[in-house]
Design a protein around this ligand. Structure first.
Ligand code: ATP
Ligand code: MG
Length: 629
C-alpha cells in the first residue's frame, strides 16, 4: 500500500513536464493506483466475499466508488456494497422447509430487520471473522448508513454499505465517462486535487459542508457535457444508446446506459485538456449555483422548479444523474459555495497568466504545480514563508537592549553574503535591536509546540494553508499568512500607534536577498577536493571552517562563469526575530518569504540553508557546544 505522494514530490515531477497538457497526463500517472495496489484491493474484496458468504449465502460483495470508477488515487478508501438481495430471496423460499431452523439464516429475518440491526450484524461479522480488520464501527445515521473499518496490513480504510445499489450504477457511469474520452480523467484528477488543496472538497459521504469527490466529479462531467460541441453526451442521450441488456431500474430510477464506451460516438470537440481546465474555472467562477439546477441527465442547467418538489434546494444544486430527486451537493453550505466561486475565479485568472502556460526555466512553480499550491493563486493570500529556527546559547539571550542579537543578525548576514555569495541588503532599518522591554516576555516560538529535532537547528516549513485556515492568529501579531512586516490596518490615534510600535519590536532585522548561483549543490565534493583528502573526517556542513566554505562557494561561482547571470535564481525576503522564553529555549527565528511563490529550486535552497546556517553561525560567533560569547 503506497502512501499518498508528498506535495514536494508531486510538484517536482510536474515541473519537469514540458507543457500543461503533459502535466495533466502525468498527474493521472502519479496519482492512480498501481497494479499492486489494485491487486491488493481485489484480494481484500475476495476475502470479504468468502467470509460474508458463510453468514449470508449467495450474497455479493461489490466494490464501488474511487477504487473502481476510474478516478482512483493512492490511499483512496475502499467502498464496498454488501448485496443481500439474493440472500433475502433464499431466506424467504427456505422458510418452513426442513433444516431451516438450524441454518445460520434463522438468526435474523433479513427482510424485516431494521437497517441498524443489519449494520450491527455486518459489524459483528467484520469484527469477529475477517482477519486483519480493525476499528470497525457502524454509522447508522448517515444518509447511506455504513460500517467503517480499516485493514491493518495495508492501512486501507473502507466502508461497507448495505442496500445501495444506485452507487454501483453511478460508479459505472463515472467509469464510462472516463473511458469515453481521454481528456476526462486528466481533467477530473486536476480538479479533484485542486479542490482538495483549496479545502473545497474532501469530506466523505456528504458529512460536512464540503463537496464530496463524487459531487466534484459530477461537476466536471456536467461541464464537459455543456461544452460546444460537447465532450460528453447527456445521460438522457446515453439512455437512448442502451441495449436491452443495459436496461435497469433501481429504486424506481432509470439507470440504463451502455456498458461499453466503444459504443459512443467520438466527441467533435477538440479543446486541449489544459484549456478545458482553464475554461472549467472560468465557467464556474461566474456561475449561479443557487438559482438553477445542474442536470447531468439533460446536460444543461434547468430552472429550479424543473427539479421537482422533492429536490432539496441549496446553495449549490447538482442533480444526481439517476436519483433525480437527490441534490448531491445538498450538504454544501453557502460559504463553501461562495468559496468555490471565488477560488474558481482566482484559478481562472491564474490560468490566463504566463506562469500557467509556460514552463519556468528558472525552476519556479508553473502550470499545475503552482495551481495546486494552497493559496498560491489566491488574490490577496499571503506569501508562503519558511522558517529556520536557530537555538541561541543561554548567555547570548539578550537581557539588555542590543545584548547579542545585533551580532547574531550580523552573523546571519555574513553567512548569506560572504559565505554563500548572495546579495543581501538590509530591509527596513532594525528597530529596538534585541531586547524586549523590562517585564515583557519573549514572544513564544510559533512552531506550534513541536520541538525541533536534535540540538542544532530546528526548522519548520510553515504549512501551506488554505486561505481561511491561514488566518489563525500568530504570536507575531500577523495572521500567519501576511508578509513578515505587514501591519494591521491602522485605527488611528496616538494610543494605537504606540501599540503598533510594540508589535513591530518583534521583527528586528530584515534583508532582501538574491541568490545568483547554485551554491547549495555539489558542496561536499568540492570540499573534499579542496582539502585534498587532508582531513580524514568528513567535515560538518558549514561547521568546519568558514574559510573553506567560502572557497567552496567561490569554486561554484567560478564554475558557473564567475559573472552574475542576467537574472537571479531566487529572491526572498528574510527577517529575524527572537523567540522562546518561558520554559522554551531562546532562539532566533529566521523567516524566508520567497517571491514569486516558491518552486522546487527554492525548496532545495531552503533545505540546504536550514542545515547549513546554524553550524555556520555557531562557528562565526564562536559558539562551541554550550559556549558563552
Ligand atoms: P474518495 O477518493 O473520496 O473515496 P470516491 O470517488 O470514492 O472518492 P466518494 O465521494 O467517496 O467518491 O463517493 C463514493 C460513492 O458514494 C459514489 O459513487 C456515490 O455512490 C456515493 N456518494 C458520495 N457522495 C455522494 C453524495 N453527495 N450523494 C450521493 N451519493 C454519494
Ligand atoms: Mg470513496
Amino acid at each position: 500500500h503506497r502512501e499518498p505522494l508528498g506535495a514536494g514530490q508531486l510538484e517536482r515531477a510536474l515541473c519537469q513536464a514540458n507543457d500543461v497538457d503533459a502535466q495533466m497526463e502525468q498527474l493521472v500517472g502519479l496519482l492512480e493506483l498501481s497494479e499492486g495496489e489494485r491487486r491488493l484491493r481485489h484480494l481484500l474484496v475476495a476475502l470479504f466475499q468468502e467470509v460474508f458468504s458463510e453468514f449470508f449465502p449467495s450474497c455479493s460483495v461489490l466494490p464501488f466508488g474511487s477504487s473502481v470508477n476510474g478516478f482512483d488515487a493512492h490511499g483512496c478508501d475502499l467502498d464496498l456494497l454488501l448485496d443481500l438481495e439474493p440472500t433475502k430471496s433464499l431466506q424467504s423460499s427456505a422458510r418452513g422447509s426442513p433444516g431451516a431452523e438450524e441454518s445460520i439464516l434463522s438468526d435474523i429475518d433479513l427482510a424485516s430487520a431494521s437497517p441498524p440491526e443489519l449494520l450491527e450484524l455486518v459489524a459483528a461479522v467484520l469484527r469477529r471473522c475477517v482477519p486483519g480488520v480493525r476499528r470497525v464501527h457502524a454509522v447508522p445515521t448517515a444518509r447511506r448508513p455504513v460500517v467503517k473499518f480499516s485493514h491493518k496490513q495495508s492501512g486501507l480504510a473502507g466502508d461497507i454499505s448495505v442496500d445501495n445499489r444506485l452507487a454501483l450504477h453511478n460508479t459505472r457511469f463515472l467509469r464510462l465517462c472516463g473511458e469515453a474520452d481521454e481528456r476526462v480523467r486528466p481533467l477530473g484528477y486536476a480538479v479533484r486535487l485542486w479542490a482538495k488543496q483549496q479545502g473545497l472538497a474532501g469530506n466523505p459521504a456528504g458529512g460536512g459542508p464540503l463537496l464530496t469527490n463524487y459531487a466534484l466529479t459530477l461537476l466536471v462531467l456536467f461541464f464537459l457535457q455543456t461544452r460546444s460541441p460537447p465532450v460528453l453526451p447527456a445521460v438522457a442521450q446515453l439512455r437512448e444508446l442502451a441495449g436491452d441488456e443495459d436496461r435497469v431500474v433501481v429504486a424506481g430510477w432509470d439507470c440504463s446506459f451502455p456498458r461499453d464506451a466503444a459504443l459512443l460516438e467520438p466527441s467533435a470537440n477538440s479543446e486541449s485538456p489544459s484549456s478545458l481546465l482553464a475554461e472549467f474555472f472560468r465557467v464556474f467562477g461566474d456561475f449561479d449555483f443557487s438559482g438553477q439546477v445542474l442536470s447531468l441527465r439533460e446536460g444543461r442547467a434547468l430552472p429550479l422548479p424543473e427539479a421537482g418538489e422533492l429536490f432539496k434546494q441549496g446553495s449549490l444544486n447538482l442533480q444526481d444523474p439517476f436519483e433525480l430527486s437527490h441534490n448531491v451537493a445538498a450538504n454544501v453550505t453557502e460559504k463553501t459555495a461562495a468559496r468555490l466561486g471565488h477560488c474558481c475565479r482566482a484559478a481562472a485568472k491564474y490560468c490566463r497568466s504566463l506562469q500557467y502556460r509556460c514552463k519556468s526555466t528558472k525552476g519556479r512553480g508553473w502550470g499545475l504545480a503552482r495551481l495546486f499550491q494552497p493559496g498560491a493563486v489566491e488574490p490577496g493570500a499571503g506569501a508562503a514563508s519558511f522558517l529556520i529556527s536557530i537555538p541561541v546559547p543561554a548567555p547570548w539571550c539578550p537581557e539588555e537592549p542590543g545584548g547579542g542579537f545585533k551580532e547574531i543578525c550580523a552573523g546571519i548576514a555574513f553567512v548569506l553574503r560572504d559565505v554563500l555569495r548572495c546579495s543581501c541588503t538590509p530591509g527596513k532599518p532594525p528597530k529596538q535591536l534585541g531586547a524586549p522591554r523590562a517585564g515583557q516576555s519573549l514572544p513564544q516560538d510559533p512552531v506550534g509546540g513541536k520541538e525541533p529535532p536534535g540540538d542544532t537547528a530546528g526548522v519548520e516549513e510553515e504549512p501551506l494553508q488554505p486561505p481561511t485556515a491561514s488566518k489563525r492568529p500568530q504570536p507575531d501579531g500577523t495572521d500567519g499568512a501576511a508578509p513578515p512586516r505587514a501591519k494591521r490596518p491602522r485605527v488611528n490615534g496616538p494610543e494605537q500607534e504606540e501599540e503598533e510600535d510594540e508589535e513591530e519590536e518583534e521583527v528586528v532585522a530584515s534583508w532582501s536577498c538574491t541568490v545568483w548561483h547554485h551554491v547549495w549543490t555539489g558542496r561536499r565534493r568540492l570540499r573534499r577536493q579542496l582539502l585534498h583528502g587532508a582531513s580524514p573526517e568528513e567535515p560538518e556542513e558549514g561547521g568546519d571552517s568558514l574559510e573553506l566554505e567560502q572557497k567552496v562557494s567561490e569554486a561554484i561561482v567560478q564554475h558557473e562563469g564567475a559573472a552574475r547571470p542576467p537574472e537571479p535564481l531566487l529572491r526572498f525576503e528574510a527577517s529575524a526575530r527572537l523567540a522562546g522564553g518561558g520554559r522554551r529555549e531562546p532562539r532566533v527565528l529566521l523567516r524566508l518569504t520567497p517571491s514569486p511563490a516558491p518552486g522546487p529550486l527554492f525548496r532545495d535552497f531552503f533545505h540546504f540553508l536550514q542545515a547549513f546556517l546554524p553550524p555556520a553561525l555557531r562557528r562565526r560567533l564562536g559558539w562551541g557546544p554550550g559556549a558563552a560569547p
